[in-house]
Ligand binder design. Structure first.
Ligand code: PLP
Length: 446
């Protein structure tokens, strides 16, 4: 239906980055928008398709970040665009809690079917990851009649008041924005690269520390929920060692605690599974989704056991825009794309190329302390050679080199020393390899 010709999937530089038009336009950005907003790459985007961003100077940039893990199906994916056009012409908004419509119901049916576990499930749709996390916490507290929420070191769950309290890192997310919500308890996260021992002993140590803290310092009977990212995103793609997630899920079940998986960044085929918890067959009581759910439109979901989701009184949940019909139409287009284009297999394929290339770079450049992640969600942690001390300056230099050469990569990490890769799952092998070559040049230039 949509007639725009897609951008050729190739990197092309016609000016410096930023070019003259972007430089002019960014003056207006500075004048008009809050200084509190960051900016990963200093260009103004005119169009984008699949894994290519076109700026107003005519530069074509390879997108290795997907707008922070959002456009897994590619930018302006045709099934998303078609469904959005159809919906926007039909109606734009009624508010689902005023007058319901089918696309909201269909997205919930899909989420209930796609998320792990064969038990009865129900869903709720909202606007953002943070809002979804807030709702998951509300529901878990309501269901259990308990106050405490357990979260992990290095975690990221959003920027609203409650989710700032749930998020670990102070700068830039929390600094000066307190006071924060009470009854949030932070426990250790097994960050294997910085811990002593092998995977098995690290898992054992971590479970012992976490359950000790809950049992002795909080009281398991006071805990409404344990909330965890199956692979930590902003924290630096920290992958819990094998056995940790299943042990946490079991501990939660044994103690009447709602186990909440924050799959906001890991969800929707990103890691080579539909959801990252599937790697170890973990079945959360509630799963929170957002980012990639709707191919770029703002939407988020809370999906959980029917008895938990239905425990809340009628009208206790909701919001004006939550599950907006255009966003729901986009989600149906995105989910259809994931299936039709077999994006789970595609993420595994990307994972092989990414992992092999990054490990080859690690051999060449000992500044790369660790390569980690899963599927199309991988990262490198940069250290001072021969130590595990963070090397933030090197990260900044490599990222700058990539940008100047038309490759957009994102950073992460509690220690601000991680470069993360989240390419659209429709990226061609050629484009991916081109981006990785530029990355290689970036390290060579240090
Ligand atoms: C991005 C993110 C959030 C917050 O989502 P927003 O849509 O930005 O509010 C929560 N959890 C994780 C793991 C995220 O990556």
């Amino acid at each position: 239906m949509h007639t725009l010709t897609n951008l050729r999937q190739e990197r092309r530089l016609v000016t410096a980055i930023p070019g003259p038009k972007s430089i002019e336009a960014l003056k207006r950005r500075s004048a008009a928008t809050s200084q509190g907003l960051g900016m990963a790459i200093p260009v103004i985007i005119e169009r984008a398709s699949d894994a290519i961003l076109l700026d107003i100077d005519g530069n074509q940039i390879i997108d290795m970040g997907s707008g922070i893990g959002v456009v897994n199906v590619g930018n302006s994916a045709s099934r998303v665009v078609d469904r959005v056009i159809e919906q926007v012409q039909a109606f734009t908004h009624t508010c689902f809690t005023v007058a319901p419509y089918m696309s909201y119901i269909e997205v919930c049916e899909k989420l209930n079917a796609l998320t792990p576990g064969t038990h009865a499930k129900k869903s709720l749709l909202v606007n953002s990851g943070a809002e979804a996390i807030e709702n998951a916490v509300k529901i878990a507290r309501y269901y259990t009649k308990r106050p405490a929420i357990v979260v992990f070191e290095h975690s990221y769950h959003g920027r609203t008041n409650l989710t700032m309290a749930l998020t670990a890192k102070n700068m830039p997310y929390k600094e000066g924005f307190g006071p924060f919500a009470p009854e949030i308890y932070r426990v250790p996260m097994p960050y294997s690269f910085h811990w002593v021992g092998n995977q098995a002993t690290i898992t054992e140590d971590a479970i012992e520390m976490v359950t000790y803290k809950i049992d002795k310092e909080i009281g398991a009977h006071n805990v409404a929920a344990i909330l965890i990212e199956p692979i930590q995103g902003e924290g630096g793609f920290i992958v819990p060692p094998k056995g940790f997630m299943p042990a946490l899920a079991k501990y939660s079940a044994d103690n009447g605690i709602v186990f909440i998986a924050d799959e906001v960044q890991t969800g929707f085929a990103r890691t080579g599974h539909m959801f990252a918890v599937e790697e170890e067959n973990v079945v959360p009581d509630i799963m929170v989704t957002a980012k990639a759910i709707a191919g770029g439109l703002p939407l988020a979901g809370i999906t959980g056991r029917a008895e938990i989701m239905d425990s809340v009184h009628v009208a206790g949940l909701g919001g004006t825009f939550g599950g907006n019909p255009i966003a729901c139409a986009a989600a149906l287009g995105a989910l259809e794309t994931m299936e039709a284009e077999n994006l789970i297999a595609r993420a595994q394929h990307i994972g092989t190329i990414l992992g092999d290339s990054l490990r080859a770079l690690q051999k060449k450049y000992p500044i790369i302390g660790e390569v980690r992640g899963r599927g199309a969600m991988q990262a490198i942690e940069l250290v001072e050679v021969g130590t595990k001390n963070p090397h933030t300056a090197a990260m900044n230099a490599v990222v700058k080199y990539c940008q100047s050469n038309g490759v957009l990569v994102l950073t992460a990490g509690t220690y601000s020393n991680v470069i993360r890769f989240l390419p659209p799952l429709v990226i061609t092998d050629e484009l991916l390899k081109d981006a990785l070559n530029i990355l290689d040049e970036g390290f060579a230039s240090l």
